[in-house]
Design a protein around this ligand. Structure first.
Ligand code: C5P
Length: 226
């Protein structure tokens, strides 16, 4: 039958990556981290000292670069111009600059087209794909039979992020919380493809839930979708 597409959207620290990868593994599907693609362009822009306010320059950079995301939930995340940048894209500098880059319309047009191609390939050859991001259910894969909007309280999301970054102090969590709030605001209010809840999405608030419970709910939804 036709391949399954599972769209997982939500803000930072909502548990999207963990849930999306687990669902892909359980169903034997491909996996695409679209946030990593925006992060990769951002990392390249910082490395080449491109002025992030210069949208023309940022757009050109995105057009010239070859961004190659992996689609194995247990494989490498991403390469830029054939060089793997899995760790480089997770730095605080990239995280704090990515919203400016992802707001550039030409960057989004380019990456969304590539994401749709990856989804089509996975549907045609691998039984389907789990795609995580901010605009998957609303823009990239509007026909996806399963759409999940994952969220959690800002405090819980900041704590998770802080833990991922290996931080320990209360000040670190406070700083991460402030940065997360700023990024949420930018991602939700930008003009092009902002973070929105798709009308047909299953909204899951993972604040008081274990990851396994969230994964089970998503898998159940996938079972219902056939
Ligand atoms: O998911 P992650 O936190 O890695 O995403 C990094 C950033 O990439 C987000 O803050 C957002 O600015 C951008 N993004 C986006 N659209 C997507 C995925 C990520 O604009 N589909």
């Amino acid at each position: 039958g036709p391949g399954l597409v599972v769209a997982v959207d939500g803000p930072g620290g909502s548990g999207k990556s963990t849930v999306a990868k687990a669902v892909a593994r359980r169903l034997g599907l491909r996996y695409l981290d679209t946030g990593a693609m925006y992060r990769a362009v951002t990392q390249l822009a910082l490395e080449q000292r491109v002025d992030l306010e210069d949208t023309e320059a940022v757009a050109q950079l995105a057009e010239r670069a070859t961004i190659t995301p992996g689609t194995d939930p247990d494989g490498p995340t991403i390469a830029v111009n054939q060089v793997r940048v899995d760790a480089e894209i997770r730095t605080r500098a990239v995280t704090n600059a990515v919203s400016a880059v992802s707001a550039v319309e030409a960057v989004r047009r380019r990456l969304v087209a590539q994401q749709r191609q990856i989804v089509a390939d996975a549907v045609g050859t691998a039984g389907g794909i789990v795609v995580e991001g901010r605009d998957i259910g609303t823009v990239v894969a509007t026909d996806a039979p399963v759409k999940v909007y994952l969220t959690a309280s800002t405090e819980v999301r900041a704590l998770r992020r802080s833990r991922e970054l290996g931080e320990k102090g209360v000040d670190d969590v406070a700083r991460t919380l402030a940065e997360l709030g700023r990024r949420d605001a930018l991602d939700s209010t930008r003009t092009v493809d902002p973070l929105l809840v798709a009308p047909d999405a299953l909204v899951l608030d993972s604040t008081g839930m274990a990851i396994d419970e969230v994964v089970d709910l998503v898998l159940r939804r996938c079972g219902e979708a056939g």
